[in-house]
Design a protein around this ligand. Structure first.
Ligand code: GNR
Ligand code: NI
Length: 186
């Protein structure tokens, strides 16, 4: 007899990502009351979704879960996941510019000015509190993800004119996706 068993850790769950200008991206996420198995499962599914996209960060808001949960991995090897539950910024310092993208605004990349260093306190996937000091890409990513939890997107830092151009482009892209889906159904 021969049987192939898929180990649980190889099962990948992908969640749908909301696209700008979906008003659901503007919701303020609520704090997590208990870091239990449900939250750990959600974190695992968010990591699968982030790596698959691929992206270097994902906020629960982007998958229409309005709880204060973020996953990040800025490593080259995609082997250093960071989970931030109920994150709180303790300090911001310096200033820097970086080209940012967002899985909820695909194909758009703009240079954004933010503090270059960040100190953050959070709870990890196991329910343990920790603090993290970051600079460079990680500092930018942390701020980008925490903005999502407050309904804020990187396009909010751009001029209204630029933001409107991007909004129209996204609406057009969504229409084209819908038409393609309609074609497939025929
Ligand atoms: O994958 C992502 N890349 C990125 C690049 C520069 C600054 C921020 C980011 S986060 C983004 C994934 C995402 O949308 N997270 O919310
Ligand atoms: Ni984003």
């Amino acid at each position: 007899m021969h049987q192939s068993i898929k180990a649980p850790e190889t099962v990948v769950s992908l969640l749908d990502i909301l696209f700008y200008p979906d008003p659901l991206l503007r919701k303020i996420a609520a704090p997590v009351a208990n870091v239990d198995g449900r939250v750990a499962d959600l974190v695992d599914n968010m990591l699968d979704t982030m790596y698959h996209a691929p992206g270097i960060g994902l906020a629960a808001t982007q998958i229409n879960v309005h709880e204060r949960i973020v996953v990040i991995d800025v490593s080259e090897e995609s082997d250093s996941p960071i989970t931030l539950i109920n994150p709180e910024i303790k300090a911001l310092d310096g200033e820097g510019e970086m080209q940012e993208g967002c899985l909820s605004i695909p194909g758009i990349f703009e240079t954004i000015k933010r503090p270059s260093q960040v100190q953050v306190a959070a709870i990890d996937r196991e329910g343990n509190p920790f603090e993290l000091e970051a600079d460079g890409l990680l500092a930018v990513c942390i701020q980008h993800e925490l903005d999502h939890l407050d309904g804020k997107l990187f396009v909010d830092y751009l001029s209204p004119l630029k933001r409107n151009r991007i909004r129209k482009k996204m609406i057009k892209a969504a229409k084209e996706r819908d038409e393609e889906e309609f074609d497939d159904d025929e």
